[in-house]
Design a protein around this ligand. Structure first.
Ligand code: CP
Length: 312
């Protein structure tokens, strides 16, 4: 298919065909990272601005590496190193960045809706690298890429997402993405961390971890997002871990070849035990590896790499 979407803002706005095109493109670009010289000229002359207003290791570094592997120039700015600290508004900052003619702006922000707002205010393509509790589309796409690689399909798989669903943009994007691609999604969390009305997304909801992972093909564990919680939502970490922590013992309830996922950062010993995180079924570091290829695919599609390839 010819790519026509200007921005990558959330999973709702991507069709099944577009998701498939992104995953196929990422599969094709993955081998570049295995070469001795990990660089192709596809986005030579293009400029990518990485505008991160929240801490990030995986997303920021992998977008940066992805841009460089495609020969684009990548420039990173953070809230503390920009003129936002002098009182400039976010929209003015984005307009000033736009005036320097970048080809893509990748943004992470603590407020939901910021990437959408910027997409209305500037003409540069925007990629959402995580906005508040709303969406993290590149994470969901790399998660789908990883599951498709391990299991050979997404349709019909049983995915259990467990943990702090309420505050998780990763959960929200994965619920929408995996459901669109035909997977059965089950959610497990304490009642205080389960959003009301989430069943309307077509998912199964339970407060019982063992019920959610019974026969699951994939288990996705989530960190407790303390930075987004206003109140204490569970008695103690020990109690949370006992009821909602993934251990090798608990894994016996899932399929024998279950794939274990986590978007990171991990809190070992809280939502996942170290031996479960490092077990043979763990795809946690494969997710990170695939994050580079998936973000290469997004930059390639959004920055017009397809048109460049035609020119060459
Ligand atoms: N998964 C994820 O978004 O990790 P970072 O916060 O380190 O980017």
């Amino acid at each position: 298919m010819m790519w026509s979407k200007k921005h990558i803002l959330d999973m709702e706005s991507l069709s099944v065909e577009e998701i498939t095109a992104i995953l196929d493109t990422a599969d094709g670009l993955k081998e570049i990272s295995q070469r001795t010289i990990k660089k192709v000229p596809t986005l030579r002359g293009k400029t990518v601005v990485l505008f991160f207003h929240e801490p990030s290791t995986r997303t920021r570094v992998s977008f940066d590496i992805a841009a460089k592997r495609l020969s684009a120039d990548a420039i990173s700015i953070s809230a503390s190193s920009s003129s936002l600290v002098k009182g400039e508004t976010l929209v003015d900052t984005a307009r000033n960045l736009e005036a320097m003619k970048p080809d893509v702006i990748v943004i992470r922000h603590s407020s939901a809706g910021t990437p959408f707002l910027l997409s209305q205010k500037v003409s540069t393509p925007i990629i959402n690298a995580g906005d508040g509790m709303h969406a993290h589309p590149s994470q969901a796409l790399l998660d789908m890429m990883t599951v498709r690689e391990v299991k050979g399909r997404l349709n019909g798989l049983r995915l259990a997402i467990v943990g702090d669903i309420s505050h998780s943009r990763v959960a929200r994007s994965n619920i929408i993405g995996f459901s669109k691609m035909g997977a059965e999604v089950r959610l497990a969390a304490p009642p205080t961390m389960m959003p009301t009305g989430i069943e309307s997304f077509g998912v199964t909801v339970t407060y019982d971890f063992d019920e959610a992972i019974d026969g699951a093909d994939v288990i996705m564990m989530l960190r407790i997002q303390k930075e987004r919680q206003r109140n204490f939502l569970f008695p103690t970490e020990r109690e949370y871990s006992r009821r909602y922590g993934l251990t090798l013992e608990r894994l016996k309830k899932a399929q024998p070849d279950v794939t274990i996922m986590h978007p990171g950062p991990l809190n070992r010993g809280v939502e996942i035990s170290p031996d479960a995180a490092d077990s043979v079924g763990s795809a946690i570091l494969d997710q990170v590896t695939n994050g580079v290829a998936l973000r290469m695919a997004l930059l390639y599609l959004v920055a017009g790499g397809m048109r460049n390839a035609d020119d060459h």
